[in-house]
Design a protein around this ligand. Structure first.
Ligand SMILES: NC(=O)c1ccc[n+]([C@@H]2O[C@H](COP(=O)([O-])OP(=O)(O)OC[C@H]3O[C@@H](n4cnc5c(N)ncnc54)[C@H](O)[C@@H]3O)[C@@H](O)[C@H]2O)c1
Ligand SMILES: O=C(O)C(=O)C[C@@H](O)[C@H](O)[C@H](O)COP(=O)(O)O
Ligand SMILES: [Zn+2]
Length: 409
């Protein structure tokens, strides 16, 4: 499929069997260990493994309870004389010691670094702290980086790994819901620019992803809701059965029920793995993962990074993108109402903020013109082309303006 402007049905996962079969099938063998665990005890969920099939860059995503401190999760990774755990000032005190203890039998030296916490620090200056630490510790080109934290730490650590000595291995240990269901998987790494979100970066895959569901217990409710936005995203773009399930499981998810969480993280990772496995560098299909993001990134940059959380901006952005799809006749009002209700039930804002009191729509359009999906000055939106199907399409400014005017503030 080619996600190019205009035509219906050009960017869809519907009917693509790869999305519905476990991503583990067909993956080439690698050095990932198989985690053998006894039946769950003491409320623990069994360990699940999702494979992302990218030829020699294939890797496993482990999902379960108590994984962070389990050395078995890190067996079979590249050998090195040192590892560097990159975290932040909030997550490091909670979890860095547990990860360090698990890694100390594997790497002779385990260094760690805590970056300042916040989206506003996803920039060059903070990225440079990782290079400073690597050089000050005399880290060589085999050093393995471990990203311990949310999407900000993960995106920056991955980018640092892509750049340091032109590439060192890295592992994602995501501790937010958003990072477990989305940012730790698929190899998009990078930093923000004041003029545009994630504008500087690289596609660079981790060697493994270890999702410890227990870490979500300490996540603030607002951050948890933000993560739910990226979970909800997978329904309208790829899997309406998952959206049905989310409608029944939303209360359990928000109560952080382990079983519900395990299913949400696994299914999200399966869908993302299937998409990325077909289009690693976003030449087409992968753009569907950007549903809600064209508007969402404008909100983040327009308000100033960190004012609205990424997931909050994506939640309101999905409402705008769904409404745009409706005005173009791609979905009906019942579908958009259903999606808006689900986003609301996740504890997310459904009305986008006003970015400019004088010309709000003009400001949105200005910010969206730098979106990475734009071509020749035309902004291209991920639209819902019938429930469970997404399409990438340029839309005339006047229609975008009308939706912004109707849905903001
Ligand atoms: N690479 C990708 O494919 C991709 C996908 C989606 C989002 N992203 C990026 O991810 C970022 C958002 O990630 P995020 O939502 O994880 O935000 P985040 O990394 O800022 O983490 C959210 C907050 O929760 C704290 N935190 C993390 N884990 C915790 C825990 N277990 N207990 C208590 N506090 C914890 C963090 O310190 C932070 O304050 C954005 O920069 C976004 O652009 C990237
Ligand atoms: O993995 C992808 O592809 C995504 O689009 C996932 C998004 O949730 C994520 O926010 C991503 O970082 C956005 O990518 P960008 O290329 O629009 O910056
Ligand atoms: Zn996102």
């Amino acid at each position: 499929m080619a996600a190019r402007g205009g035509a219906r049905g050009c960017s869809t996962l519907a009917g693509m069997p790869a999305v519905n079969r476990p991503a583990s099938s067909g993956a080439p063998p690698d050095s990932s260990p198989t985690l053998h665990r006894a039946a769950p005890t003491g409320g623990r969920t069994p360990v699940q493994e999702v494979r992302i099939a990218l030829g020699e860059r294939s890797y496993s995503i482990f999902i379960g309870s108590g994984l962070l401190g389990d050395a078995a999760c890190y067996a079979g990774l590249p050998t090195a004389s040192a590892a560097l755990i990159v975290s932040n000032t909030t997550v490091a005190p909670l979890y860095a010691e547990r990860l360090r203890a698990a890694l100390q039998g594997i790497y002779p030296t385990v260094h760690w670094l805590a970056l300042p916490d916040g989206e506003q620090y996803k920039d060059w200056q903070t990225l440079n702290l990782i290079f400073d630490a690597l050089l000050q510790h005399g880290c060589d080109r085999k050093t393995v980086l471990f990203a311990l934290g949310g999407g900000v730490v993960g995106d920056m650590t991955g980018f640092a790994a892509a750049c340091y000595m032109r590439g060192v291995p890295f592992v994602q240990v995501p501790t937010t819901l958003l990072a477990q269901v989305d940012s730790s998987v698929g190899g998009k790494t990078g930093i923000n620019h004041p003029l545009g979100k994630n504008m500087i970066g690289a596609f660079y895959q981790p060697r493994r992803v270890v999702c410890d569901l227990d870490t979500l217990d300490t996540l603030p409710a607002r951050e948890f809701s933000a993560g739910l936005a990226e979970v909800i995203k997978y329904g309208p773009i790829a899997d309406m059965a998952f959206m049905d399930w989310l409608e029944t499981a939303m209360d359990a998810l928000r109560a952080r029920d382990r079983g519900a969480l395990a299913h949400a993280v696994r299914r999200s990772c399966e869908i993302k793995a299937a998409v990325v496995g077909q289009d690693e560098r976003e030449s087409g299909l992968r753009a569907i993962l950007n549903f809600g993001h064209t508007f969402g990134h404008a909100i983040e940059a327009g308000l100033g990074y960190g004012q609205w959380l990424h997931g909050e901006a994506v939640g309101a952005g999905m409402v705008l993108a769904a409404e745009l799809s409706r005005t173009l006749g791609l979905v009906d009002a019942a579908f958009t109402a259903r999606l808006v209700r689900l986003i609301e039930r996740a504890g997310l804002p459904v009305r986008a903020p006003v970015l400019d009191a004088k010309d709000n729509a003009g400001r949105y359009l200005e910010l969206m013109r730098v979106d990475k999906k734009a071509e020749g000055g035309a902004i291209r939106f991920v639209l819902i082309d019938g429930p469970g199907r997404a399409v990438l399409r340029a839309v005339p400014d006047a229609q975008v303006r009308a939706v912004i005017d109707a849905c903001c503030g």
